[in-house]
Design a protein around this ligand. Structure first.
Ligand SMILES: Nc1ncnc2c1ncn2[C@@H]1O[C@H](COP(=O)(O)OP(=O)(O)OP(=O)(O)O)[C@@H](O)[C@H]1O
Ligand SMILES: [Mg+2]
Length: 507
C-alpha cells in the first residue's frame, strides 16, 4: 500500500461538485457568481457604490456547439488587490482576506481560485487578473495554477496607467453551456440586484445583448464590522488557537479580551462557575482543563446573547427598494426581525411579501438570500418552502392563483452553508423559527391590505349601481319639486366611480 498527500487545490479540483462546478452549465453559472460576489464584497467593504461589469464572450477557437469555450470577464470599482497578493488571491485555494468573524459573501477563500482552476482544466487557457488600488497604476498577471503545489504560476506581468480606475478585473476562459445556463445567470444577476439595490450591474451576454441593472438608491447599508467570537460558540480547537495567539497573561484577562459580551465581572463569575483559577496563564491549562473550559463556555447561561450590531442588515428602505426594483408590485411589506443567535453566532432575518403588479406570476414565487447572495438551487427542500407549505395561506386571504412574491434574507457572521458552493443552507431550528415569525407578520399585513382592497371593491360596486340611478332620481325629484335646475348630486358619489352626472350649472 502506498500513501500520498494531495494539495488543497487538487482536492477541490477532484471534488469540484462541492464548489458547484459539476458540469458546463453549472460551472459557467458558478464562475460568474463567484467573481460577482467578490466584486460586491470588495465595493461594500470599501463603502463604494458598486459598479460591476460582467461580460461573457464566445471563444471562437473552442467547439462551435455548446458546451463551448466562454471568456468570462468581471470588473469592479472596489478597493482592489495589492500587487503583492494578486497572484496568491487568485492562485491559491484557502488564501483570502475573509477568514475573520465578519459578515461577507465570501467565506472559504476558494471561489475565485476554483474558477481559475476550472478554466485551466477545461480549456487550458491562462487567466488574466488586473487590479489597481490607487487609481494611478494597475498591475496585471496572466496566470495559471500549479494544482499539485497549490501555488500560482505567473506567465506574464503587465503594468500601466490606470487612468483613475480603481478596482479589480478578472477574466477566465471556461468550458460552459450558456444556452442552458442563461436562465440561472440572469436570475442570479437580477436577484443580486434585488439584494443590493445600490449596485449597478451591466451584463453583456454572448449574443451581444446588454442587460443594465441600474442602481435605484444611492444609500448603502452600514458596512459589517469584525467581531470577536461569542463564548458559547467556541470549541476546543478554536480555544487552543486563541490561546496560542494570546500575548497577555492571566486567564481572567484572556476571557474578557478575546470574547464578545464578556467584561471583567462576567469573566470572574464564569471562571468561578467553571472551577478555574483566574490568575493562572491560559497556556498552563492542560487538556483536561481545556476541555472543561470549552464545555463550561457552551453551558454557562450568564453570557449576554451574541452582539448583532456587527451585522449589516438591509433594513426596510433598502429591502423595499430592492423588491420594487425587481418586481414592481402593487403592494410590498417588509419585516426586519430583532437579532437572535444560534450556536454563538448572531443572525437577523429580513423578509418581504410582495403582491400583484406586472411582473409576478400567478402563485407563490420565493426569493431566498443569505448575506445578500441569492440561493437559486435546492429550492424545494428549502426551509422557507417548508414553512409556506405549513401555513394556511387562505387564512391570509391569499388564493393559490394570486401573484405573491416571498423574500427571505438570512444575515449572519456564520451562515450554515451545506456546501462550499454556498447554494444551500442547513436548517437550524432558531433560523427556521425566525423565518416563520417574519413571514407570519408579513402575511398578516398582506391580509389587511387584501381585506381593504376587497372592501373597496364592494364599495365601488355598490356606488356604481347607485350612480347609475342617481341622475334619473335627481331629474325626477327636480320635476316633483317643480324646480328647473337639477342639484349637484355628483358630490355624493365616491371618487373613482364612473359618473353619469349631467352638466349642472352652479346655483
Ligand atoms: N474583486 C475583488 N476585489 C478585491 N479583492 C478580491 C477580489 N476578488 C478576490 N479578492 C481577494 O481574493 C481573496 C480570495 O477570493 P476567493 O473568492 O477565492 O475567496 P473568498 O471570497 O475569500 O471566499 P469564497 O471561497 O467564499 O468566495 C478574497 O478573500 C479577497 O481578498
Ligand atoms: Mg469569493
Amino acid at each position: 500500500m502506498s500513501f500520498n498527500e494531495i494539495s488543497p487545490s487538487e482536492f477541490f479540483y477532484r471534488n469540484r461538485d462541492l464548489a458547484g462546478f459539476t458540469n458546463p452549465v453549472r460551472a459557467l453559472y458558478s464562475s460568474l457568481k463567484e467573481l460577482v460576489e467578490n466584486s460586491l464584497d470588495s465595493c461594500e467593504s470599501a463603502e463604494l457604490l458598486p459598479e460591476i461589469f460582467v461580460n461573457i464572450q464566445v471563444d471562437e477557437d473552442g467547439p462551435s456547439e455548446d458546451p463551448k469555450f466562454y471568456r468570462l470577464t468581471v470588473q469592479d470599482n472596489g478597493y482592489g488587490v495589492p500587487s503583492g497578493s494578486l497572484a496568491d488571491a487568485f492562485g491559491r485555494v484557502f488564501y483570502g482576506s475573509k477568514f475573520r468573524l465578519k459578515q461577507s459573501r465570501g467565506v472559504f477563500g476558494m471561489g475565485a481560485t476554483m474558477t481559475l482552476l476550472y478554466a485551466q482544466a477545461t480549456t487550458g487557457r491562462p487567466s488574466f487578473v488586473a487590479s489597481s488600488t490607487t487609481g494611478r497604476r494597475y498591475h496585471g498577471l496572466s496566470m495559471k495554477i500549479d494544482i499539485e503545489r497549490n501555488r500560482p504560476i505567473i506567465l506574464r506581468r503587465f503594468e500601466g496607467r490606470a487612468y483613475g480606475w480603481r478596482g479589480t478585473l478578472v477574466s477566465a476562459t471556461v468550458l460552459g453551456d450558456y444556452q442552458k445556463a442563461e436562465g440561472k445567470v440572469t436570475s442570479y444577476l437580477e436577484q443580486t440586484a434585488m439584494a443590493a439595490p445600490y449596485a449597478s450591474i451591466t451584463f453583456r451576454d454572448p449574443y451581444g445583448h446588454q442587460m443594465k441593472l441600474e442602481r435605484v438608491i444611492d444609500r448603502m447599508p452600514k458596512p459589517p464590522r469584525e467581531t470577536l467570537p461569542h463564548p458559547s460558540g467556541v470549541d476546543i480547537e478554536t480555544l487552543r488557537k486563541m490561546i496560542r495567539l494570546w500575548k497577555g497573561d492571566d486567564l481572567l484577562k484572556f476571557m474578557f479580551k478575546n470574547f464578545q459580551r464578556v467584561g471583567p465581572k462576567t469573566a470572574e463569575h464564569f471562571l468561578k462557575y467553571a472551577g478555574l483559577d483566574p490568575s493562572i496563564s491560559p497556556r498552563a491549562l492542560g487538556d483536561e482543563e481545556l476541555s472543561r473550559l470549552a464545555s463550561a463556555l457552551r453551558n454557562y447561561e450568564g453570557f449576554l446573547p451574541p452582539d448583532a450590531s456587527y451585522l449589516s442588515t438591509l433594513g426596510h428602505e433598502l429591502l423595499e427598494a430592492g423588491v420594487r426594483r425587481l418586481l414592481s408590485p402593487e403592494f410590498c411589506i417588509t419585516v426586519v426581525r430583532r437579532p437572535e443567535a444560534y450556536e454563538g453566532h448572531p443572525f437577523v432575518i429580513e423578509a418581504a411579501v410582495a403582491y400583484g403588479g406586472p411582473k409576478l406570476k400567478p402563485g407563490l414565487t420565493v426569493f431566498r438570500f443569505a448575506n445578500r447572495i441569492p440561493l437559486l438551487y435546492d429550492e424545494s427542500s428549502d426551509v422557507t418552502w417548508k414553512i409556506l407549505n405549513s401555513m394556511d395561506l387562505r387564512s391570509y386571504r391569499v388564493r393559490p392563483e394570486d401573484p405573491v412574491g416571498v423574500i427571505v434574507h438570512v444575515i449572519s457572521t456564520r451562515i450554515p452553508y451545506k456546501t462550499i458552493g454556498k447554494e444551500y443552507i442547513a436548517d437550524r431550528p432558531e433560523v427556521e423559527k425566525g423565518i416563520r415569525l417574519a413571514l407570519r407578520d408579513a402575511f398578516r399585513a398582506l391580509r389587511n391590505y387584501l381585506g381593504r382592497k376587497e372592501r373597496m371593491v364592494g364599495v365601488t360596486r355598490r356606488a356604481n349601481v347607485y350612480s347609475k340611478y342617481m341622475s334619473i332620481i335627481a331629474k325626477l325629484s327636480t320635476e316633483l319639486a317643480e324646480r328647473d335646475r337639477v342639484p349637484r348630486y355628483d358630490i355624493l358619489i365616491p371618487k373613482g366611480v364612473a359618473q353619469d352626472v349631467e352638466e349642472t350649472p352652479r346655483q
